[in-house]
Design a protein around this ligand. Structure first.
Ligand SMILES: Nc1nc2c(c(=O)[nH]1)N[C@H]1C(S)=C(S)[C@@H](COP(=O)(O)OP(=O)(O)OC[C@H]3O[C@@H](n4cnc5c(=O)[nH]c(N)nc54)[C@H](O)[C@@H]3O)O[C@H]1N2
Ligand SMILES: Nc1nc2c(c(=O)[nH]1)N[C@H]1C(S)=C(S)[C@@H](COP(=O)(O)OP(=O)(O)OC[C@H]3O[C@@H](n4cnc5c(=O)[nH]c(N)nc54)[C@H](O)[C@@H]3O)O[C@H]1N2
Ligand code: SF4
Ligand SMILES: [Mo]
Length: 674
């Protein structure tokens, strides 16, 4: 049975190297590559089932044209030629009548291959359409906060955790979203290295930790500043490191830290004073403490401040300078190649931007010109975008021409005029670099595209050619594009010959030595001039948010969102086994809150606020604090009692990076009586 070595393309930090056994054109088995040290021989419990994703009976087989009303999911098969002709004719007419800004390409991260992900955006870049400010639903807040603090560079190598003497998982559910880091941790912990988890809920990871601190949602900045306060008080700062590698600590010490004495921090965070003291002591005395920064703490109004405050901690004790110490949010910037070859082949330098998370608003209100066509690929905004109700109202517009490219009939695809069958990553060839480890790798196709499915790359090239775009990238093969991307590569990627990559397997590109800083000052920035110029607070701080306070006064519960364990957003909702393992979409309430509402475990409930009403099943457990309702994952309405969680969430921006604020959502829960 042939075995193909490829790469997992799901939106996941680990980017596993996979071994795929194929027989008669069917995937028989998927396992983790034992020769890639981070993957270390195992794939996660989701991707072990990706044979079922590829061969799912729910796959879309052919292009289709809408025959019913938008949202009704009534379609009739058409040929690829008919589909492409219609798309190109409609786009040409729109460009002639309203200009290219009336079109929006809305493609995201479900295929992490640099070409299949990037070239769809490249197509719209070259066409000069309105452009997607992508990723605000996900990581722009944390990424921009990191960039303003450490600079656009990767964090600590997760494999260096073998040299750590303390590990803090801060706002990350490692057992769900970063299982290969978790596996590395298990070996370190056998040597007695403690794991501390800072998370408002007792996640799987928190349950396995040596110590779990159930911090109140949105108060991480106060906790990090409280730790700094104690480090200063107890003489645990590394003054030499601060002087040589950082800027602005003196101002923080003078203007901010005095306000974060342990008693006040305990009040804000809901933790005990003794625990705040103990955490600071543990951190201050560790030689090489490793902080795994999660995105969880940044998906709320003041998320940027939270990330900045926590990312600054290793600068106070000098941990950034020591092997095994420091912090890791992402590693992607460690692969310094020319992404613009695929993302920006040609086209105007700037154009009108549409924020990824304000799709509904853009479809309903944008003028001069209004959006008349949208091409949605590799994401499912009718479920995963905040204000999901608004997104759907926008997609209902009769005068909007909508094309959706997806392997499955997603909720978003139901609103399309034309649906196109997409290949999954196992049917494609591409090049990858991880965002949670320092590896890059070429991934080979395991099986032929199923039915009439086309890869993102093939579709982008076909559309570009029909539209008369002649940038080389629209006619080159993957190895040719790869060579172009490696021209001018810097850092560890510069020593790699792209011609050899297809056969090379995984390539390690971990930086050596302590954390480097790529801020304007070249140092770790406690004080950020860039933020000051943007009108944002230049130093980390914690203050209550007036809008959140107002909402909290009106609604008794606050929303906590977290990743699904067997479901990652909606990427695996075509695998019936995983749907069953994840169970019926649910929310979690603390026993006190359930009792006060007369709710019993397993009952159907309605979650509601001014925006919407959503029906889920309730699980009653003390995994969450009183006053919090946890909704793991974003599940399609077709699986839930009614609706989907993002109908409840606003499209307000975070303080940094214009990101999503799912957790600044306030609501109530009652029995479902219908
Ligand atoms: N199984 C699975 N894997 C996934 C995904 C998935 O949905 N499911 N999603 C993928 C994607 S797209 C991404 S971007 C990555 C990123 O994944 P992340 O968004 O970084 O998710 P987690 O690492 O689990 O971090 C979320 C954790 O933060 C906690 N949290 C929430 N609010 C706060 C807070 O205010 N303070 C603190 N300290 N913690 C808080 C939540 O309870 C949760 O446990 O994961 C990827 N991997
Ligand atoms: N409430 C709440 N909402 C959230 C989050 C949260 O924490 N809370 N997290 C946010 C985060 S981090 C993210 S990244 C977003 C994710 O949200 P989305 O980007 O919408 O991701 P998915 O739901 O995984 O949808 C991916 C779609 O792409 C399709 N697909 C898979 N492979 C391919 C391919 O190769 N080509 C094409 N064309 N299509 C493909 C899948 O079938 C699926 O329909 O959700 C965000 N939404
Ligand atoms: S852990 Fe992540 S990268 Fe690895 S197989 Fe699972 S989804 Fe893919
Ligand atoms: Mo994400």
């Amino acid at each position: 049975m042939p075995t193909i070595r490829t790469v997992c393309a799901h939106d996941c930090p680990d980017m596993c190297s996979l071994l795929v056994k194929v027989e008669n054109g069917r995937i028989m088995r998927i396992s983790g590559d034992p020769d890639q040290p981070f993957t270390a021989g195992f794939a996660c419990s989701k991707v072990n089932r990706d044979g079922e994703l590829v061969h799912s009976p729910e796959r879309i087989r052919t292009p289709m044209r809408r025959t019913g009303a938008k949202g009704e999911a009534k379609f009739a098969p058409i040929t690829w030629d008919e589909a492409l002709d219609e798309i190109v004719d409609r786009w040409r007419a729109i460009i002639a009548g309203s200009g290219p800004l009336a079109i929006l390409g809305y493609a995201y991260s479900a295929h992490q291959g640099l070409m299949n992900r990037g070239l769809v955006n490249g197509l719209f870049h070259a066409l000069g359409t309105s452009r997607l400010q992508a990723g605000t639903v996900c990581d722009t807040c944390c990424e921009e906060a990191w960039n303003a603090t450490v600079g656009p560079t990767g964090g600590a190598d997760p494999e260096s955790v073998v040299d750590s003497d303390l590990v803090i998982s801060w706002g990350a559910d490692l057992m769900a979203t970063n299982v290969h880091f978790w596996a590395k941790l298990e070996t370190v912990r056998k040597r007695g290295v403690p794991l501390v988890v800072i998370d408002p809920r007792r996640s799987r990871t928190a349950r396995q930790a040596d110590w779990h601190l159930p911090v109140r949602i949105g108060t991480d900045a106060a906790l990090a500043l409280g730790i700094m306060h104690i480090l200063v008080r107890d003489g645990l700062c590394d003054r030499d490191y601060i002087a040589s590698h950082t800027v602005g600590f003196d101002r923080l010490e003078r203007d901010v830290l005095p306000r974060f004495a342990p008693t006040r921090v305990a009040e804000i965070t809901g933790l005990d004073v003794a625990d705040v003291e103990r955490l600071a002591g543990l951190y201050g005395r560790a030689k090489a403490p490793f902080i795994r920064l999660g995105e969880g703490m940044t998906r709320l109004a003041h998320g940027g401040q939270a990330l900045r405050a926590v990312a600054l901690l290793p600068g106070v004790t000098g941990a950034y300078g020591r092997q095994g110490g420091g912090a890791m949010l992402m590693t992607a910037a460690g692969c310094d190649i020319d992404y613009n070859v695929v993302r920006k082949p040609s086209g105007p330098a700037s154009t009108r931007l549409v924020n990824h998370l304000r799709l509904g608003e853009a479809l309903l209100t944008m003028k001069d010109p209004p959006l008349r066509a949208i091409f949605i690929s590799a994401n499912n905004p009718a479920v995963t975008c905040p204000e999901a109700g608004k997104v759907r109202r926008g997609l209902m517009r009769d005068d909007l021409f909508t094309v959706v490219h997806d392997p499955f009939m997603s909720i978003t695809a139901r609103y399309a005029d034309i649906v196109l069958p997409a290949a999954t990553y196992l049917e494609t060839e591409d090049f990858y670099r991880a965002y949670g480890a320092y590896y890059m790798q070429y991934g080979h196709r395991a099986v032929e595209p199923q039915g009439e499915a086309w890869s993102n790359l093939k579709l982008a090239q076909a559309l570009a050619q029909r539209l008369g775009l002649n940038d080389p990238v629209f006619s080159q093969s993957q190895p040719e594009i790869l060579e172009a991307m490696f021209r001018g590569a810097r850092g560890p990627a510069a020593s790699v010959d792209p011609k050899r990559l297809p056969e090379a397997g995984p390539v390690n590109i971990a930086p050596k030595g302590g954390q480097r800083f790529r801020t304007p000052s070249g140092k770790l920035e406690f004080y950020s001039e860039v933020l000051a110029q943007q009108g944002a607070p230049p130093m980390p701080d914690w203050q209550p948010d007036p809008e959140e306070q107002r909402e909290a006064g009106r609604w008794p519960l606050r929303l906590l969102t977290a990743p699904g364990y067997f479901q990652s957003h909606t990427a695996f909702s075509g695998v019936s086994f995983l749907r069953k393992r994840e169970g019926e979409p649910f929310c979690v309430l603390h026993p006190d809150d359930a009792r006060a509402r007369g709710l019993a475990d397993g009952q159907k409930v309605r979650l509601f606020n001014d925006r919407a009403e959503v029906g889920l099943v309730v699980r009653v457990r003390d995994e969450v604090q009183p006053g919090v309702v946890l909704v793991p994952g974003q599940r399609p309405d077709t699986e839930a009692v009614s609706g989907t969680v993002n109908m409840l969430c606003s499209d307000r921006y975070t303080d940094i990076g214009e990101g999503a604020t799912y957790q600044s959502t306030f609501l109530d829960v009652q029995a479902w009586e219908k």
